[in-house]
Structure formats: C-alpha cells, structure tokens
Design a protein around this ligand. Structure first.
Ligand code: PGA
Length: 267
C-alpha cells in the first residue's frame, strides 16, 4: 500500500496542480437500480461493437446492480471494460443483512467500487466515517474506490461548496491510499436533473479536489447529467479526467458516444 493520507493533513498540502501527462481518462457508468440480467445481456451485445475502436487513452468502467455483475462480466469479457460495484461494506463478512463485501465482489472479477454516492448518503444516512471505512476496506482487497463528493443546491447558494467538499475529502480519505483511488465531483443539484454543472466550474472544483488530495496523478471525474451533448466540452477541461454517468449510461448508443468523446485537438 502506498502512502496513506493522514487525517488533518489536507489543508497543509500546497502545490500548483495542473494537467498531467500520465493521468488516465476513466469514463464510468453507474446503472443505479436499473437493468435486469436480460437487459444487461442486450446492452452488452449492442455496446461491444461500439467500443471496438476506442482510443487506448481511456478506460471504461460500468457499475451494474449486484445481481447483474456476473452477466455483465461474462458478456463483456475481453472488451476492456472494468466492472464496479455501486457500494461495498466495510467488513469482510458478518451479520449485516442486505450488504455485500469486498471479497465477494473480487471473487466475481470486480475491480472498482463506488463509495459515498449522494443517494446512499441521502437515503441511508451514510456518514463520512462509514464511507471512509468502505473505501479503506475496498483498497485492502485491491478494489479501487470511486469516492463521490459534492454539494447540495442549498450549500452552493450559501457559498459552502468548498467547505463541504473539503470535509468529505478529508474525512472520506483518512488512511486511504491516494494512488489507488478515483474521486468523482458530483454536485447533487446536477444529478438526474438535466442541469450539467458548467464545464469551467466543474473544472475549477476538480482542480481543488486534486490539490486537497495532494496527488497530481489522481483521476478526478465529473458527474451529474453528463450526456452526449455535454461530454466533449467537459473532457476538454484540463482538470477533468473522466466522468461518472448515470442515466445516459443505460443506453448503449448514448454511453458509447460518451466513451468515444472527441478529444480537443492540441494547439
Ligand atoms: P446522472 O447521474 O448522470 O443521471 O445525473 C450521475 C450519478 O448519479 O452518478
């Protein structure tokens, strides 16, 4: 395990963060509570040919519901798509009805796990401390956590965006290896609303997140109503290394357009 973040150290990290030659692009789809196994098979059959000529500078990750993981793994085998879980428990096993642990996911070939998404934060009152335990245990088993952070509309209007996200980063990443990590900036007001955060503002916050984590190679994604019409503008931003896509990842044609985004021509 690489150097883990120390609680309280984030504010002390000061360096100019900019574009990195080595940062990977990671385009992730979060299916939420959608897609039966039959729908998953049909998605995979349509999607596979659409990513056959994907430039090799980008990685695709798909997070189906737990029940569709084996089907998606089987039907996208060899297609270069990594599979994520939508959440992961902080214990390996035990009396936690309804939960799924990291070793159970690894057994199925899962490589990433979303933690701290705003929906479980809201509907299941997930705290930053629990999210932190999830991320740590995911890493202990070799899973890459995709930590979601982001402010509500009220928090944005009260000028609390930076404070809220700094806290989510500081508490969520305590003891977490920043070299085996993805962070997704997902403003809550942009999720499922059709209101994409303006690309320049998403870029600004993604840059702040990278600076607070203090790891120049950290992949920072933007998420919130990403669609085929907004992807090229988002990916043209220097601090945005990928996206986390909800609704638009359910349709193979629209998700294929997103992963095949048009990279800006270098000046
Ligand atoms: P959306 O969801 O793309 O449907 O807004 C994003 C997310 O919740 O990760």
């Amino acid at each position: 395990m690489g150097p883990a973040l120390d609680h309280g150290s984030l504010a002390l990290i000061a360096y100019e963060s900019g574009s990195s030659e080595v940062r990977q692009t990671v385009i992730a789809g979060n299916w939420k509570m959608h897609m039966s196994c039959a729908e998953t098979r049909s998605f995979a059959a349509s999607f596979r040919p659409l990513i056959a000529n994907l430039p090799d500078d980008r990685q695709i990750v798909l997070a189906p519901p737990f029940t569709a993981i084996p089907t998606l793994c089987r039907h996208l085998e060899g297609a270069g798509v990594a599979i994520a879980a939508q959440n992961v428990h902080w214990e390996d096993q035990g009396a936690y009805t309804g939960m799924v642990s990291a070793p159970m996911l690894v057994e199925h070939g899962v490589s990433h796990a979303i933690v701290g998404h705003s929906e479980p934060r809201k509907y299941f009152s997930e705290s930053d401390e629990q999210i932190n335990l999830r991320a740590r245990n995911a890493q202990r088993h070799g899973l890459i956590p995709i930590l979601c952070v982001g402010e509500s509309l009220d928090q944005r209007e009260a000028q609390e965006t930076e404070r809220v996200i700094h806290r989510q980063i500081e508490q969520g990443l305590d003891g977490v290896d920043p070299l085996q990590l993805i962070v997704a900036y997902e403003p809550i007001w942009a999720i499922g609303t059709g209101k994409t955060c303006p690309a320049e503002e998403a870029n600004r916050v993604c840059g702040l997140i990278r600076r607070w984590v203090g790891q120049e190679d950290l992949v920072v994604q933007y998420g919130g109503s990403v669609n085929p019409a907004t992807i090229d503008g988002l990916m043209a931003q220097e601090q945005i290394d990928g996206v986390l896509v909800g609704g638009a990842s359910l349709d193979p044609i629209s998700f294929a357009r997103i992963v095949n985004y048009q990279a800006p021509v270098p000046a």
